[in-house]
Ligand binder design. Structure first.
Ligand code: PMP
Length: 422
């Protein structure tokens, strides 16, 4: 199992609290509400995680006490707001162990981060016949931007296949990375299956052939410590909202030299040095890639979310999430009308399944009435669904706040499905 091992991380702190799921649950106000008159069993953190009080309060405090537009203001509030925004960038830098805060670009999410790289880096450094290696495990966010680039430049996309378990096939990958490969753009963790890709081998093979590495960390950073220097990746991206932070903010980490060589992605305020009608010069990264007023309060919320996540011992979190995954797997596989998708050992706490003769949407609707929130459908991974020859699955994904009781609620809900469809 590749867990992108933690090295020199700011994620484990000497003050790490022992992991107590009941006190974690108390940090998340939404978990005390009911849905259709039932207590909420929230099993969809893979799509977007719920927010702890610390994040909600940080965003409120920002608007109540410190809010103004950033960077150009000469007055106190603007200076405070700028400090908070840039403080969030420094927090992200420490969290992923980037060399410099200038390597951290705020985007609106993982999707925008990948589009930024494809458009800006790809638009300049890739040409006809250059190859980008993807895998069949990818989310659409790491497929479509490369297809758009292919239309503009004539690049060639190579796709690493998978097998019945949903493995990332290293041999097939190695065979696809050739002399024309300029970039491998791969997921860290599959959102639909939970497969953790073998980052060390991915990077080693790419380096041997002189290709750059982009990792889509939208799911990975939620479950595993990330150290971009130790992983030796060129680009790493993620979304705040899956990491218990606000929506509307995400991160692109890029090596400084790469970012410095890339042209702007969008034009507007805050990304320039000097504008005349004849010619405009651009600010250095990261400002070059942050045109317009950024998501200021969301950055403050992301800072609080990272502080929150970093307050737990990562080993304790991993043990908790693995326990839920193991328990859910055991309970689901006790029924022979359930088929699991994604059974690679050491996977992340995401479990995808189908039930004989019942459409995933019907399952999702019945579970909802029982207060159980799961995601159903193709999970923005249609090529992966095509691989398994299915339209979609039911996906339960576990976060910090989930319990075995949530799993029991899922299993009871599936019994109701059987009663209705049986
Ligand atoms: N990549 C993966 C692996 C994801 O799970 C997601 C979100 N489902 C994305 C990219 C896109 O993230 P966002 O919609 O937050 O930009």
């Amino acid at each position: 199992m590749n867990t992108a091992p933690a090295r020199n991380l700011d994620r484990s702190s000497a003050t790490a609290a022992p992991f107590d799921v009941e006190s974690v649950r108390a940090d998340f106000p939404i978990l005390s509400r009911t849905v259709h008159g039932k207590p909420l069993a929230f099993l969809d953190s893979g799509a977007s995680a719920q927010k702890p009080r610390a994040v909600i309060d940080a965003v409120s405090r920002c608007y109540e006490a410190e809010y103004a537009n950033i960077h150009r203001g000469v007055y106190e509030l603007s200076a405070r707001s700028t400090e908070a925004y840039e403080g969030a960038r420094a927090r992200v830098q420490r969290f992923v162990n980037a060399r410099s805060a200038n390597e951290i670009v705020f985007t609106k999410g993982a999707t925008e981060a990948i589009n930024l790289v494809a458009t800006s880096w790809g638009g300049v450094f890739l040409g006809e016949g250059d190859e980008v290696v993807l895998s069949v495990l990818e989310h659409h966010a790491n497929i479509v931007p490369w297809q758009l680039l292919r239309e503009r430049t004539g690049i060639v996309l190579k796709v690493v296949p998978t097998n019945e378990r949903g493995d990332f096939l290293v041999d097939a990958y190695e065979a696809l990375v050739g002399p024309r490969t300029r970039l491998v753009a791969l997921t860290h963790v599959s959102n639909a299956l939970g497969t953790v890709t073998p980052v060390d081998e991915i990077v080693r093979i790419a380096r041997e052939r002189g290709a750059l590495v982009l990792l889509d960390g939208a799911q990975g950073i939620v479950h595993y410590p990330v150290d971009v220097q130790a992983m030796d990746v060129d680009f790493y991206c993620f979304s705040g909202h899956k990491l218990y932070g606000p929506s509307g903010i995400g991160v692109l980490y890029g090596r400084q030299a790469l970012l410095a060589a890339m042209p702007p992605y969008q034009g507007g305020g805050d990304m320039i040095e000097r504008v005349t009608f004849e010619r405009t010069t651009f600010a250095p990264p990261p400002a070059r890639f942050e045109a317009g007023t950024p998501p200021i309060a969301a950055a403050v919320g992301l800072h609080a979310a990272i502080d929150y996540v970093a307050s737990f011992d990562p080993a304790a979190v991993a043990a908790h999430e693995n326990d839920l995954l193991t328990y859910a797997t055991e309970r689901l596989t006790a029924h022979n009308d359930i088929r699991l998708y994604g059974t690679v050992p050491g996977k992340a706490s995401i479990i995808s399944f189908t039930m004989d003769d019942v459409h995933p949407h019907d399952i999702g609707t019945i579970l909802d009435l029982a207060g159980v929130a799961v995601r159903v459908g193709h999970h923005c991974a249609q090529p992966l669904m095509d691989h398994f020859d299915i339209a979609g699955t039911v996906r339960a994904s576990f976060g910090l706040y989930n319990t075995r009781a949530d799993v029991d609620r899922l299993i009871d809900g599936l019994d109701e499905v059987r009663e209705i469809f049986g």
